[in-house]
Design a protein around this ligand. Sequence first.
Ligand code: GAF
Length: 408
Amino acid sequence: SRHSDPAPRQPAAPDTTAVRREFERIHGRAPHGVWAAPGRVNLIGEHTDYNDGFALPMALPQRTVLAARRRADGLLRLHSAQGDGRTTQLRVAELAPGAVPGWARYPAGVVWALRERGLPVGGADLYLDSTVPTGAGLSSSAALECAVAVAYDELYGLGLERPELARVAQYAENAFAGVPCGVMDQMASVCSAEGHALHLDSRSLEVRQVPFDLTGHGLRLLVLDTRVQHDLADGAYAALRAGCERAAKLLGLGALRDLTEPELPAALAALPAELVPLVRHVVTENARVEQAVARLAAGEPEALGPVLTAGHASLRDDYRVSCPETDLAVDTAVAAGALGARMTGGGFGGSVIALVPAAAAPAVAAAVAEAFAAAGFAAPAVLEAVPSAGAGRLDRAGPGPVGGTRPG
Ligand code: GAF
């Protein structure tokens, strides 16, 4: 090939031993354990989760690794390898929405959310290191929240089920960090399995593991980070969510999930014009999730391509959350040989996924880079999405009072 490999060195998860060593250097004692939680891409099912609908995300190999040790004095001490080199010290009993700025609001929010549920959790020393790119639409905040949620679950012997951990993390983001997100990113982070995509029902939180074998079919899934930073707290996301909720109410439905494709024409005729494209996107997107799952279940991952590209058109034309950079990346990838491509995540920037025959991957990545340069856009970053495991403990044999131990 005349092009070099677009994603040659995968930034794997941070090294467990190095994280443990850094924890000891910073906090002066050994951690009780080391946990990790991944970022995600969503294959299809965008802006459906807060409509009680369906999605098909998968965990990335990129993840947040967290070393943690329980403290008996009610202090929460946080240190991040991606931070400013300082340790943030908070009193667990004084945690309140809006009181913690910066990245620390995500881990602190999880501790707060657990206590809001009446669970007996106290302080901890935490050290975090992450390979999930921030601001790229790859759920770095969900990875951070979910790493803390799984660690606290064991440190304080809570025994919560995975969907409950996801709900706690989502509540932290909604009520503590002030981002009105749905539950998809947190469910993807805690429930994903290696080699699978996660078929999620956002109403029941039931999940099904759908085998997703890219390599065996000669495929690669590229992640093209447009470098356009999105911010879900800036109001556009909340406005879309409110529009969907208003439409459901006008139609007399619990949520837009309850509207099926055959019922769509009559429903659209009954709605004010500004809600029509929103509802059309959500209903057709839920149908695309079912199509995608059927194609994967039939052992035809290459047949996902057209579903991805149709999903992007719906996000661009109906939901209107794409931007010139994501549109250019999608169009260029498809023209250069991708089987399909779409923006992934909330939109307004972030990343595009492109399903490509392995042999075409270098040419697709090069074509997108060239098109971005020609348009005067910043060079996109390229990652490879490999369906990976969800959150969990990394050092099963680690010492310390974890697993079933309740605070005294
Ligand atoms: C963001 C949100 F956090 C998710 O809950 C979901 O709504 C997504 O945007 C759009 O599908 O990632």
